[in-house]
Design a protein. Sequence first.
Length: 133
Amino acid sequence: MKKIEHIGIAVKDLDVADALYEKLLGVTSYKTEHVESEGVKTAFFKIGTTKIELLQATNETSPIAKFIDKKGEGMHHIAFAVADINAEILRLEKEGFTVINKTPKRGADNKLVAFLHPKNTHGVLIELCQDLP
């Protein structure tokens, strides 16, 4: 693991949350993006070397919609940048972690991503991120 890549926050209304985080952080979001495969719309803020990702569900079956229904708005995941996502998946499986995505998938912000189940990480959803070329 190289660094914390971003912190994901589930929100009901991306426009409202975007305006709030602009005021809070004193910067504007640098990117919004739809990730159809996950049923989300995202906005990214950069603070130093770390990013904040706001996530709004675009349909009722989205993991974000399910999260908000169960837990409400709030921190959804912590993402870590990795150099080799496939090697990291194998390493973490050997360490006993439950990997949700054994094959990385395309995520937001031009990344390959995979998630670790929160049952092994004290209730925190962990995302592994590798930059796509």
